[in-house]
Each structure stands twice: as C-alpha cells, then as structure tokens.
Ligand binder design. Sequence first.
Ligand code: ADP
Ligand code: MG
Length: 786
Amino acid sequence: MLQLKNISKSYTTGDFTQVALDKVSLNLRENEFVAILGPSGSGKTTCLNIIGGLDQYDSGDLIINGKSTQNFQDSDWDAYRNNSVGFIFQSYNLIAHLSIMDNVELGMTLSGVPAAEKRHKAKEVLEKVGLKDHLHKKPNQLSGGQMQRVAIARALANDPDIILADEPTGALDTQTSEQIMELIKEIAKDKLVVMVTHNPELARKYTDRTVEFRDGKIISDTDPLPDQKVSSDYKLKKTAMGFSTALKLSFKNIMTKKWRTTLTAFASSIGIIGIALILALSNGFNKQINNYEAGALSNFPVSISQSAMSFDRSETAADDAATSKEEYSDSQEIYPYDPSANTIMHTNVLTEKYLDFVKQIDPALIDGISYARKVNMNILKSDGKTATAINTSYFSSFPSKAGGAPGSYLENYYDLLAGSFPSKDTDLVLIVDEYNQLNVASVEALGLDYTADSIGFDDIVGQEFKLIPNDLYYVKSGDHFVVNGTAANLSDMYNSTDAIPLRIAGIIRAQKDSPMSTMAAGIAYSDDLALRFITSAQASKVVKAQEQEDTINLLTGDVFPKTSAQTEMMPGAPMMPGGAGSNTAPVKEDVLAALGATSIPASISIYPKDFDSKEAIVEYLDKWNEDLPESDMIVYTDMAAIVTGLTGGIMNAITLVLIAFASISLVVSMIMIAIITYISVLERTKEIGVLRALGARKKDITRVFNAETFIIGAFSGVLAIGITYLLTIPANIIIKSLTDLSNVAQLNPLHALLLILINVVLTMLGGFIPAKLAAKKNPVTALRSE
Ligand code: ADP
Ligand code: MG
C-alpha cells in the first residue's frame, strides 16, 4: 500500500526551473495494475522514479505501508529499491557484458542471496518469462522482446511487492507488445504494477485503473482509493555488495575490452619494470660486492698499530681558513701557518693487558692473528763448513690462531707447492708470488745463488738455519756489545747446543682465487718462534745492559737522538738536515725492540673469518674503549669498512637516482589509469544506473570501479614482474660479456611482491577520483544516458 501525499518535484537547469510534479496525491492498492497516461513531459517518469525511490521528492511525503519516507537515509532508499521494487525500462537497460543469468541474478547478488538459491530463483523467473533456453546468452544475442523479458525477469527476481514499468513496450512492435503486456498482466495478479504508457488502448485492454497526468498534475483517475489508516510494520533488509561481486562485475566488463586492458596494463607496467630492473641490478651488484667483501674484503685485516697515527683535520679546518684567504692572490704578503695545528695525534699504547684482550677474541671469528715485531732475530746459515748471518729484513711472521695448528691460516689461503705446511714453531715457509718469483734480495738472504735463472724446490725445502740467542750472538767489547762475528765464531755459534735449529718446511703460494695475498713473497716464521726468541732475549746481557743505559747505543756507541722518533709520523714536520729532528739514528726504544726486549708487537693484524665475524670482532674491540678517555683509547683500522662504505654508498646513491627517474613513469601511468578509469566510468554510466535501480549503494559503485582498477593494477604489476624476470636473462648475458660478472641482475622476490603491491595501490589511487565521481552520479540521469 503506497501513498503519495502532495508530492512536488522540480528540476532546475540554469535559471530555468521546470516543475515536473505539482502536489501530486495518489493512493495505490497493494495489488492492482495501474496505467499512467499523459503527454510527453507531463511528469509520468518522474512520478514513477519517485515511487521507486530512484529519485527523491522535494516536498510532500511518500508513505510505504504506513511508514513515512521523509526521514529515509540513502541506505533506506537503497534497501527499498532492492527489496520492494522492480524496475522495467523502455530501453531494457540490461548490462551488456553479463550473461542473461548474471543480469537476472544481480539484484539478488546485491542483497546477499546464496549462490545456489540465486541460481534456482533466476532459472525459475527466466522460465516464467519464457526464456529458459537462453540462460547463457549475452543480451545482444536476443531480440527486443526477449530483452524486455529478461528485464522483467530481473525485476521479478528479488520477489518485490511493486513493479514499476516505464513504457515497457515503447520500443516493441504491436505483436510483441501484446505478449509483453500479457506477461505483465500475469505478474500483476499478486503485485502492485505501475506502468507508464503512451498507448491508451493498451492501458484500457490490460490494466485495472488509469491515472492521467498533465503538466505535473493528475487530471483523472478511473478508480481512486480514499485515504486509509495503515498499521506501520514496514521493515527492509539492507543491501551490500561484496568486493568479490564487484571484482566479478568488473572482471566481466574488462573481458569485453581485453586489448585495451592489456595495452593499458602494459603501458602502466613500464614504470614498475624500470624500478624492478634497477632493483634487480643493484641487488645483484650488491650481492657481488658482498661476495667480494666476504672474499676479498674479509681478508683485509683489522689492524691495530702501536705507532702514532695522525688524523688530518685540515679538510675541515683548512677549508675554514681558506674562506678567509684568497686563492692565487695578488697580495704582496706571505702568510705563515702551522700545519700541525690541523693534525690530531693519537698513539695507541699497547699493553700486555690489551694483548690478552685481543687473544681472547672468540677463535670461531678469526682465521688468524699476526703480529709485526721490530725484533731482529739472529739467524745463521751454514753450507756445511762456514756459517754466515742471514739478513732477516725479508722475514715476516705469518698469521696463526691460538689453539689452532701453526699453519692453519696458511692452509686456508695458500697452496702448498712443495714440502709441508709448518707444524712446529721452528718450521719456516717460503712464500712465492703468482709467477713463483722471489726477490733476488730474499734469495740472497737465504744464502742461495741469486744469479741463477731458476732454483729447484728441492734446493729450498728442508734447508736448515739456526736461531742464535743474544747471549751467544753478542759479546761484550769494552763498554759496548758487538756481534761475535768472525767466521770461526759464527760456525761455533751454529754448532752450539743453545742454537735453535730452523727448517724451511714448505713452499707456498697464494691461492689462485684468493682475493688478495696478505703476505709479501719471502720467508715467514711463526709468532711463537718470535716470542721464544724474545723470552730468551729479555734475559740476555745485551738487553739488560741497554736497558740500564739511556744515552748511548751500546751496539754502535752513538748517542741516542733526543727527539722521539714519533716526530717522523707527523706530516709536514720540518726536515732540518742533521738537526735534532733528524730521523736517521734509532732511538733507545728501537734498539731495545730490535734486540728483542719487548713482547709488545708494533702492530697486530686480526684476520676475520668472514664479513659478519669482522663485525663481531670490531664490536668486541670497541668494548675496550668504553669508558676510556680519548687519549687512552686503542684505535684500530678497518680497511674493509672503509672500502665497503665507499662502494655501498655509491651503489645506493646510483640506485636512488635511477629509481627516482623510473618513478616518473609511475606517476605518468597513474595519470593514465585515472583517465582510463574515467573513460570506463563514462562508458559504464548506464550500468551504474541499473545497479542503483537494483539497490546498489554509492559505496558499491565505488567498489565496482575500485575493483576494475585493482584488476588492472594487479595485472600490470604481475605483467611487469614477469617481463622483468624475462629481461634479467638478456641483461645478465650482456653484463657477463661486458664485465665477466655472472648473474648480476637478480630480482629479489620480496621486492617483486612489494612492487606489485605498490602498483596496485598507485593504480587504485589513480582510479579513486573517477570511482568517487561514478558513485555520485544521479541514478536517474545515469539511466537516461545512452
Ligand atoms: P514524461 O515521463 O511524462 O515524459 P518526465 O517525468 O520525464 O515526463 O519529465 C517531466 C518534466 O521534467 C519534463 O519537462 C522534463 O523536461 C523535466 N525533467 C525531467 N527530468 C529532468 C532532469 N533530470 N533535469 C531537468 N529536467 C527534467
Ligand atoms: Mg517518460
């Protein structure tokens, strides 16, 4: 039971206001077939749309089953259209890209009827309108009469109380019109049907009641219904479209324009392809760098040096000064300045305690530790008859690990060419370079024939030397000490039981793929040997005597220079020839160190196992400096970090710049998507009207278009990632041929996923405004559009 009470409605276009309905009052029975007649423009459609809740009245009231609609919200109207009203239009208004079944099911879909029930109901109504053989056709495969039957089926599907038909036969021939009228009359048996028509004959023949309109007013009514009291128990089931319904609708729509969608998706994928490729490359290069770091750079030791280090502050300070001074000035003056004012000096004072601290580094983190010492070991070589002293300046100590086998570090990074790796502290190794070369000075130091073109391994491996304790090597001569150096004495020393026999255990060479060889070619000994020598040297007479003597070098008789040798470390220190600052003569500490008086090394090099271990080592070393004043800190040098910081920083910068460029194409594709979506909104205006007539909320309309952009975004994102994965193949071939690095371009799957996500979000953002515009469309105007 519907009551229109003094309903007025006018449309304003520009300055002109058209009154479409002028205080119309009309009572409609629950079950009757009403025809609305009247000339064109008399307000028939407007009246119908207001009854159907598609359009809203300006004043008056529409009372549905005794309930006033004056306070209806949008959602109430949506629910009313969905539950209670079925529309039939002159131009059918079927959704072209949906099948007959889907068209009929749409209203039920909106009110959340379960799929099976929906199917059953749709079949039932389609059968009723005589279309059971056409369920899976598309609307454009049907005749006009058949399309109108579909529209009738759709109107009936949700079992509404009211059917509103606006000139349903207006586009049909007479015979078909009759058939459709029969069908509607059949429906009208148990419903309220209000039908607008031009044709008074049809109205008379089929309907129960005729209401005539003219100029927005009712001028006649063949069977008016007086006002009645109606109890108000009117309830509506709210509608809601799920995102999956929206997706399905949009997917079917997109399938009707495959090419356009594919091209759009491809165009909008280009930005993502760019970014994905850049990420793949930078990811690959970073991996290569990391590999290189784990290999080459991890071999860079963390080193701690006892000597003074100078930090040049001039970079900042001199810049400041430079601002006050002019470059290439014409002034006739000079400007004295003190370069050391810009230098911060730091001396690492290594102590036994610190050495213990270093020794306690977790052995699992290190390959080895090597110590550089200034000790001059007394080593003799004998050809069987005469012994000669060896120049040990080409000797160095190789890294080793506490608790590990003496040669364990070497075994990791060096190939054994002959003999064996050192197994005792008295085992020496000969290191040769990649060409098996050895500096002639080293060859000579070994007492071998340095003029020979080549020397067989056999002549070297197993060679013996003797390490001579200080007390045997140096003898007191007056106030001084001298090497007990005549040939006979050297032979005696060589044969003494106190001499420690040394032996070249093997010849080794840095491994081919070893990123760098940490030791120069020459002879290497274990640090244990050095410490063994130092322990005996510390108790030797020459060391004891030199420790007592502050001014005279007991080996040469020279007076020690007064200035600390550290002066030489200061850049730009004045070089005064022969003066106090001269660094030619050794100071007392140097002499003592050379004699083996100190077990403190000049520098320590810690070789990390890998890159992570290095981080852990550095963290461990930092602990020492906690709570120490700056001057007491032990500063280490981490070359790998310096190199990595440099390369990593450059890579990141390049990546960022490239991504910024690629992002421009993302913005372009966003704008493109906005345009495409807007076009789609224009194209689907009619569909919007139909959906609204079927009870879709504004929100649902937004959802339909968001679903469309979601599909395009996801499709183009997946497309982009697919293309990128394909592109990495030729990219890698090109890079391989250019740089010999293989598999550089590698797209991280996580990045791929993120990019698809970003693309979906950006595409949806692009389509957001058009989708909102679509939702705002007035359903009446939307339905009128062609
Ligand atoms: P009928 O269906 O009887 O031909 P309508 O109800 O469609 O008439 O229209 C009634 C009057 O209102 C007409 O003068 C028409 O031009 C005007 N009208 C209808 N809808 C609109 C609208 N959306 N904007 C402006 N004028 C409108
Ligand atoms: Mg009309």
